[in-house]
Design a protein around this ligand. Structure first.
Ligand SMILES: Cc1cc2nc3c(=O)[nH]c(=O)nc-3n(C[C@H](O)[C@H](O)[C@H](O)COP(=O)(O)OP(=O)(O)OC[C@H]3O[C@@H](n4cnc5c(N)ncnc54)[C@H](O)[C@@H]3O)c2cc1C
Length: 442
């Protein structure tokens, strides 16, 4: 049985995001054209897009908007796919869908930042681009190939010299890089709460503290049932992601494999440091096998993240210590950073890192498996799901609608091994590059 971590009070976004809109629990039996289970980005953007087109969708959430991954992620908005190279995506999906999926992904950031602007969502949004510095000179050709590919698909960017990458990152560890324009970062819980507010403003209804216990057929409609009420709907979207509670639909929690990810936030640091470290306020994701990710918040907190780490992520102290040493290795000028907030979250991993829309039954769908790209991907997928629920021809959608398929078990374990191998490979590569100070070990 997969475990759901409770709301982690130590998550920095709970201390810094704007308040959630006030929403009631579901305490009556109501009817709706479309019911959506889950108020993360997937559920909220779908509801918002439907409401913008004149529908009155009903969202039923077990806890609060952004309770799941949408309120605990790191807020990097990276409109590329983890999975690479493109030839493999083509092989898996065929030329046509591969092209559509890439287009959807590269437009993800545009969806995010235009929603933020249009609905004036307060979420510390910064759209200065993503910095992809090369940890080894050997990574530059691959970065250049990705940059050229994504540029052809509408994502502007440029290659950086070693001096530019070092200057923009504030770290001497790099050998050049790719600055991806149009991308950015935000306060993820603030974004989720803002989406909820926007959806409500357009006429969607949101019920909270109302875990859905089951979805049962009633004639041609579906009854979405909680302990205290229900929604009788023509169509249902299960948007419960990695935080699927129950599950409210048989085997829904087997559609993905859970990958633990830790987030760490320093207390507010001296603003002068920002003149040197990530001076352009970029999100930074480097090319190490165990990738180094950093960004600043509006209040000068440094945010970082790590996949798994000590005892597969279970040893918090070892992980915290590892991240302090790693940060010192990347940015010696910061000294020993003290992490004021430390939290864990779960990623809904899918093979190929492409989200999957599953048809669960007549007029019942789910969309899961954002594999760490939920900010842009779930936001873009929300428009696709709104099209699907409105009855648009499925053959025209950006994602294929597939029959339900259980993820092959063991994906997370494979990823953990991959990460461990990545750490070893990083050290070997640095040795070959002649680097004297190798990255720290766990
Ligand atoms: C630590 C961490 C770091 C990440 N970093 C990034 C990042 O930097 N950039 C990025 O793009 N992505 C990142 N991600 C991934 C991203 O957060 C997710 O892909 C995205 O939030 C998924 O959105 P969702 O709406 O599908 O699911 P969720 O946000 O998980 O929402 C699902 C909702 O369904 C509700 N629910 C579940 N079961 C029921 C039920 N029975 N009844 C009613 N409601 C129910 C839950 O309470 C929850 O609110 C990260 C994820 C984690 C965990």
């Amino acid at each position: 049985m997969k475990q759901i971590t409770e709301l982690d009070d130590d998550c920095v976004w709970h201390a810094t995001a704007v308040d959630a809109p006030v929403t009631p629990p579901l305490e009556e039996d109501i009817q709706a054209e479309i019911a959506i289970v889950g108020a993360g980005y997937t559920g909220l953007v779908t509801a918002l897009r439907l409401a913008e087109r004149g529908h009155e969708p009903v969202v039923v959430e077990a806890r609060q908007p952004g309770f799941g991954g949408s309120g605990r992620n790191l807020g990097h908005c990276t409109p590329t796919l983890h999975f690479w190279p493109y030839a493999k995506i083509k092989k898996l999906y065929g030329d046509d869908y591969a092209e559509r999926i890439i287009r959807m992904q590269t437009q993800g950031a545009e969806h995010v930042f235009s929603l933020i602007e249009h609905y004036q969502i307060e979420c510390e949004a910064v759209r200065n681009g993503i910095l992809r510095p090369a940890a080894s000179p050997r990574h530059l050709d691959g970065l250049r190939a990705q940059k050229e590919f994504y540029e052809k698909h509408g994502l502007r960017g440029h290659m950086l010299s070693a001096a530019e990458a070092r200057d923009l990152s504030g770290s001497q560890r790099y050998h050049g890089g790719w600055l991806m324009e149009g991308a950015g970062h935000l306060n993820p819980l603030g974004y989720a709460r803002g989406l909820a507010r926007a959806a409500l403003s357009r006429g969607a209804k949101i019920y909270t503290e109302s875990p859905v216990a089951g979805v049962e057929r009633e004639g041609v409609r579906w009854r979405v049932r909680t302990a205290t009420g229900s929604v009788l709907a023509e169509k249902v979207l299960m948007a419960t992601g990695a935080y699927t509670i129950g599950p409210p639909w048989p085997k829904l929690n087997t559609a993905f494999d859970l990958t633990p990810v830790a987030g760490l936030a320093s207390g507010p640091l001296d603003p002068e440091l920002r003149k040197e470290v990530l001076k352009g306020d970029h999100s930074m994701v480097d090319t190490h096998g165990d990738p180094v990710l950093y960004k600043w918040t509006q209040h000068n907190r440094l945010i970082t993240t790590v996949f798994f780490a000590g005892r597969m992520g279970h040893d918090r102290e070892a992980t915290r210590d590892y991240m302090t040493r790693k940060t010192k290795w990347v940015f010696p000028q910061l000294g020993e950073v003290k992490w004021e907030h430390y939290w864990y979250g779960l990623l809904d991993g899918q093979y190929r890192t492409v989200p999957r829309i599953y048809r669960l039954d007549d007029n019942v769908y789910s969309c899961l498996g954002y594999s760490g790209r939920g900010v842009p991907t779930a936001t873009a997928a929300g428009s696709v799901l709104a099209d699907l629920l409105e009855g648009k021809d499925q053959a025209e959608l950006s994602l294929p609608v597939e029959p339900f398929k259980r993820v092959t078990p063991g994906l997370a374990a494979l990823q953990a091994l991959h990460m461990r191998w990545g750490r070893m490979r990083d050290r070997m590569r640095h040795r070959l590059d002649g680097m004297r100070e190798l990255p720290p070990t766990l």
